[in-house]
Design a protein around this ligand. Structure first.
Ligand SMILES: [Zn+2]
Length: 416
């Protein structure tokens, strides 16, 4: 970008972005201004239909792939791989209006701005909306970008079932988004995703935006403890094999793992199922999940070793049997220096207060980074909160983020 152009930086139309945000936020809105828009529900369909209408209105060539991912392409001056920008429009139950759809709407607004200004780029620019990012309805999370990156088999994704036993592929078909395009690895010039931070760091440090350097590694484990179910009265303490007592030892140990491995690590036991779960029986069986996240693979491996030892110790103390299995794992990724650089230059050009930051939440960008140079822009989350109705980001911060997305996309797509 030349010095002359710097003086008159292109900016998005804030009012138009706000209007789109308000209109889309009505679809699946909760009474407290949050959002319930689970993947592939009627609400998701209505949000998709609205976006497709807006994309067509912006002159984009819209296509849908076999996982229901939606693409809207703005042609480049040459037939080259596209700069992709986007995120997701599904939400968790009683979630917020910023997680996901903000990235889609900012990308749309960037394209509308290019149209208004008659901007031409060498590379095409493609808006992408990924299916079922949250994993709230179908597991795992980021399932559709996972298929696109060749990391999850299409058949496995189709067979994912929600808690009512409905298959993902049935729902794709029902809402009319089982598209014809292959969902497979494809060349990209770059992938850019704007997203809320979902943590407190940017707000604490008074930053408007975050230049995301990468995403931490995530490991999920499942543990089942088999004790002996018995009467809570006549069974003396000395002969008990209490699955929940052993589980409590494991939970405490999991909580202590970051202190032994790395201060940046986070560990969570988020799900616990106790059987028979009644007042007057010693628990015979407990199921739990363990979520471990860290910027370094070797730390995750170290934590898994400590977890295995804690499980063994707890089992032998209480005399219970255990089954520990790893259910899902993604390695940490570093975003591409060229894209991180473009995002950082955009922040500087706009005079934004920014810092480099790591994402501790998974995003579609994690899989897209395996297809080509990728990067993310974070905007602050008030009080660090997300996945709740209180989720909020100020329009000033959003505007800065969207303008950074615009400048970074322009640099990567090579304006002509
Ligand atoms: Zn998200």
């Amino acid at each position: 970008m030349g010095g002359a152009e710097r003086g008159t930086l292109m900016r998005i139309d804030r009012q138009r972005l706000e209007e789109a945000f308000e209109a889309l936020g009505k679809i699946g809105e909760t009474p407290k201004s949050g959002l319930t828009r689970l993947a592939l529900t009627d609400e998701d369909k209505r949000a998709r239909d609205q976006l497709v209408a807006w994309m067509r209105g912006a002159g984009l060539r819209v296509s849908v792939d076999r996982m229901g991912n939606i693409f809207g392409e703005r042609a480049g001056s040459e037939s080259l791989p596209p700069v992709m920008m986007g995120s997701h429009v599904d939400s968790v139950p009683t979630g917020g209006k910023y997680d996901g759809q903000l990235g889609v709407l900012c990308a749309l607004q960037v394209i509308r701005t290019f149209n208004d200004r008659g901007v031409r780029t060498r590379h095409p620019i493609t808006l992408v909306i990924f299916t079922n990012e949250e994993g709230a309805r179908f597991q795992p999370a980021m399932i559709a970008s996972g298929v696109m990156a060749g990391k999850i088999a299409l058949g496995d994704a189709y067979n994912a079932r929600d808690r009512h036993g409905i298959r993902l592929v049935e729902e794709l078909e029902r809402i009319g988004y089982l598209g014809p395009e292959p969902c497979a690895p494809r060349p990209i010039r770059a992938y850019l995703e704007l997203h809320i931070e979902q943590g407190p760091i940017l707000e604490e440090e008074g930053c408007t935006v975050g230049v995301v350097e990468g995403i931490v590694g995530i490991s999920w484990s499942r543990l089942t403890l088999h004790g002996v179910q018995d009467h809570a009265g006549p069974t003396p303490m000395r002969i008990r094999h209490d699955a929940l007592a052993a589980a409590a030892d494991v939970i405490r140990a999991v909580r202590a793992i970051p202190g032994q491995v790395c201060p940046e690590m986070v560990t969570t036991v988020g799900r616990l199922e106790v059987s028979p779960n009644i007042t007057n029986a010693i628990p015979g069986r407990v199921f739990m999940t363990i979520d471990i996240r860290d910027p370094k693979d070797k730390h995750v491996t170290g934590a898994l070793g400590l977890l295995a030892r804690a499980v063994k110790d707890a089992a032998s103390r209480e005399g219970v049997l255990t089954e520990l299995e790893r259910s899902w794992q993604v390695s940490p990724i570093s975003f591409h220096p060229e894209v991180v650089g473009a995002v950082e230059r955009a922040a500087e050009a706009l005079g934004c207060r920014s810092r480099r930051i790591l994402s501790f939440a998974g995003h579609d960008a994690q899989y897209m980074a395996t297809l080509g140079p990728s990067g993310m822009i974070f905007v602050p989350s008030r009080h660090g909160r997300s996945h709740c109705e209180e989720e909020f980001t100020s329009m000033d911060d959003i505007e800065h983020g969207a303008n950074m997305l615009l400048l970074a996309a322009l640099e990567l797509a090579r304006q002509v």
